[in-house]
Write a protein that binds this ligand. Structure first.
Ligand SMILES: NC(=O)c1ccc[n+]([C@@H]2O[C@H](COP(=O)([O-])OP(=O)(O)OC[C@H]3O[C@@H](n4cnc5c(N)ncnc54)[C@H](OP(=O)(O)O)[C@@H]3O)[C@@H](O)[C@H]2O)c1
Length: 263
């Protein structure tokens, strides 16, 4: 078990997913974690859910931690960092804020601060996540490898150069929404043909999980995975044709292009 004391400033969706995932696999204990948010009454409720300590201020969180995760919205980051810059100087500082790469974060922190930018996706909550870590960082080699090892317990961790953080973030961070839509659509089709909704969703969710696991274990080309399910003149190839007629792959690529165009 990792013995770092972990502080979180901004205990919203992604911070709770990260801490929840690490607690779930017992990589850390609740008593190692101190959190704060904008509203103390609200953070008390979420802290209680995970058994971690709720603090009144960012200063209190930092004083009780070795590693501090900054998990506020990107537009709040500058305002949050400014008054605590000096306190963060002797800590390991991690940000999960979208578009806050090394250079931008370096300018907002005191010179010499050890920091790393990373982007987790929400399935870290169930130890099935992805964490994209920026290659350019100012952690020591030991800090970086310890942090990477810890997050490896709840995620596939990929180290990415600064220029490709945005696309890696889009491919792993936006797609849970697109995939949930696919899950919902296939579930609707199951219901149309008589399955109960809970069973339809369970079947599709397990299929998505299994298909991903199969790829990660065998690394066969996705086209070969498709071919392996399509018998000549069979039912699956008819479905493949219907997807092609409706621009399925083009729609998936357009969704990524649309998300990237905002970055
Ligand atoms: N959600 C995702 O899937 C995801 C994935 C990767 C990265 N991220 C990044 O993670 C960051 C947080 O996103 P989120 O979705 O978790 O947002 P969120 O659920 O809205 O959480 C934001 C948190 O920041 C707190 N906060 C706001 N102002 C603060 C301040 N001045 N001091 C301390 N805490 C403050 C909020 O407190 P109150 O609740 O009390 O207002 C809340 O706990 C963003 O930068 C985002 O880009 C999100």
């Amino acid at each position: 078990m990792n013995c770092w004391k972990i502080g979180v400033i901004g205990f919203g969706n992604i911070a709770q997913a990260l801490i929840g995932g690490l607690l779930k696999v017992q990589a850390i204990k609740p008593e190692q974690v101190h959190v704060c948010a904008a509203h103390y009454d609200k953070v008390c409720v979420s802290a209680k859910k995970y058994g971690v300590y709720a603090c009144q201020s960012a200063e209190e969180v930092i004083n009780k931690s070795d590693v501090v995760i900054l998990a506020v919205k990107p537009y709040q980051m500058e305002k949050v960092c400014a008054p605590i810059q000096n306190l963060l100087k002797d800590k390991i500082v991690i940000t999960v804020a979208s578009k806050w790469n090394f250079d931008k974060f370096d300018a907002a922190l005191a010179p010499g601060t050890h920091h790393l930018s990373m982007i987790p996706n929400t399935p870290v909550a169930v130890a099935q996540g992805i964490v994209i870590m920026e290659e350019k960082n100012s952690l020591t080699e030991e800090e970086f490898s310890m942090w990477k090892e810890l997050l490896g317990k709840i995620a596939l961790v990929e180290v990415v150069d600064s220029d490709h953080m945005s696309i890696a973030d889009t491919i792993s961070g936006c797609t849970p929404a697109f995939t949930a839509m696919y899950l919902e659509a296939l579930g609707d089709a199951g219901v149309k043909h008589g399955l109960t909704r809970p069973m339809a969703y369970r079947l599709v969710a397990q299929m998505l999980k299994g298909t991903g696991a199969l790829y990660l274990e065998q690394e066969k080309h996705p086209g070969a995975m498709k071919d392996a399910v399509c018998s000549p003149g069979g039912t699956t190839i008819r479905g493949v044709e219907a997807l092609e007629q409706n621009g399925f792959r083009a729609a998936a690529m357009s969704a990524i292009n649309a998300a990237m165009s905002k970055k």
